[in-house]
Design a protein around this ligand. Structure first.
Ligand SMILES: NC(=O)C1=CN([C@@H]2O[C@H](COP(=O)(O)OP(=O)(O)OC[C@H]3O[C@@H](n4cnc5c(N)ncnc54)[C@H](O)[C@@H]3O)[C@@H](O)[C@H]2O)C=CC1
Ligand SMILES: NCC(=O)COP(=O)(O)O
Length: 339
């Protein structure tokens, strides 16, 4: 990285060993100079990389010397053998390894042995098969950091677009019940604070999407906009946060509309992530606001269908490492972040 850089390496978990996580971590390392990446350590089963990548790997047991090793080889904190590996086919041992890597990455970052946590893609289905009960990684990290799930806010960020799903991994049918005014207000506060602290936006401009078509068409197509969103928006605005809405979700993403906002708050997962991924699949970053640590992740999943084929793009992982490095640098050196 040019100029200042994080004081310690970043922790990059490899996610499910049968998915694309190990290969995109390795390919990110191979492209470290082109993308000016800060030193990082990959965490998980070293064999998941060594079995499919011919680049240099150096197994490490702690964070000492990782930054120096990073120049010449990919440092890997090897946790355990996850058994015979068939790419594309998750196993309970692989899910267990992914969970141990997540736990280890959180611990290293909480204790400041690493400067930030970048999580690789896990299979939620495989994790649930070994008894994991959290909806995703975000909620697990929040719990380990002593933060309630409501206060750990998922944001997807890319150049020129940031989106926040106000409800995340719940059935669509549960959205109207769970999208309360309290949740909207709490998450809007955390988003505004995160934009100020980490993105250097002094007066963040938020917009919230209506839940129903045409933002309810004045009550003709639904009542959540008037009954839940309007009081929440009034409360947020009363606290001095700039917020518009509820705006019709379809036109909110039009270029001439979205350009006026620093973050678009959406009612549910796919309202936010479907347009985001259509525009930014290859450089999108999932980050968690409201935590005491910095956590980012590529915006894609395990991609079992292409694991080992050489088709997995390391771009999202590179973007996640770059953003984590930038946020860590800003916080550690008290640099006013560039907008
Ligand atoms: N951060 C995380 O841990 C995430 C985990 N998941 C989990 O991943 C599993 C699979 O989910 P899907 O919905 O199939 O999403 P997915 O992102 O794994 O795959 C969707 C499509 O995108 C392609 N794709 C994904 N990453 C790519 C890359 N780096 N380069 C090129 N193409 C890529 C895949 O080949 C597939 O065609 C599920 O268990 C899901 O819960 C999904 C999203 C995020
Ligand atoms: N769709 C986003 C996603 O699944 C990532 O969730 P998380 O594991 O980061 O909580």
């Amino acid at each position: 990285m040019s100029g200042l850089s994080p004081r310690r390496p970043l922790a990059v978990t490899m996610g499910d060993p049968a998915g694309v996580g190990p290969e995109v971590a390795a390919h990110a390392w191979a492209l470290r100079r082109e993308h000016d990446l800060p030193p990082f350590v990959a965490i998980g089963d070293a064999a998941a990389i060594e079995s499919q990548w011919e680049g240099p790997v150096r197994r490490v047991s702690d964070m000492d010397g990782v930054a120096e090793i990073f120049h010449d080889a990919l440092p890997v904190l090897h946790l355990e053998e996850s058994g015979p590996l068939t790419l594309g086919q998750p196993t309970p041992a692989g899910a267990t390894c992914a969970l141990h890597a997540l736990e280890t990455g959180i611990g290293l970052t909480r204790t400041q042995a690493t400067s930030a946590l970048v999580t690789g893609p896990v299979s939620k289905h495989a994790l649930h098969g070994i008894g994991y009960t959290h909806p995703g990684q975000t909620e697990f990290i929040a719990e380990r950091c002593g933060v309630t799930a409501t206060n750990a806010v998922m944001m997807l960020a890319a150049p020129g677009l940031r989106v926040v799903p106000l409800t995340v991994h719940i059935p669509l049918a549960a959205v109207p019940e769970q999208l309360t005014a309290e949740i909207i207000v709490a998450k809007a506060r955390i988003v505004a604070r995160g934009l100020r602290r980490d993105f250097g936006i002094a007066s963040p401009r938020l917009a919230i999407a209506g839940l129903n078509p045409h933002a309810g068409e004045n009550g003709q197509l639904g009542s959540e906009e008037a009954e839940i969103m309007a009081p929440a928006i009034a409360q947020i605005a009363a606290e001095g946060i700039i917020i518009d809405g509820p705006l019709a979700a379809d036109s909110l993403f039009a270029p001439d509309v979205r350009k006026h906002y620093d973050a678009l708050l959406c009612g549910y997962h796919d309202q936010a992530l479907a347009p985001f991924k259509a525009l930014h699949f290859h450089d999108g970053v999932n980050l968690t606001l409201g935590l005491p640590i910095i956590r980012t992740s590529p915006d894609h999943g395990t991609a079992f269908n292409i694991a080992g084929s050489g088709r997995a793009d390391p771009g999202p992982t590179i973007a996640a490492i770059q953003l984590a490095g930038k946020l860590a640098t800003n916080r550690e050196h008290s640099v006013a972040p560039a907008k």
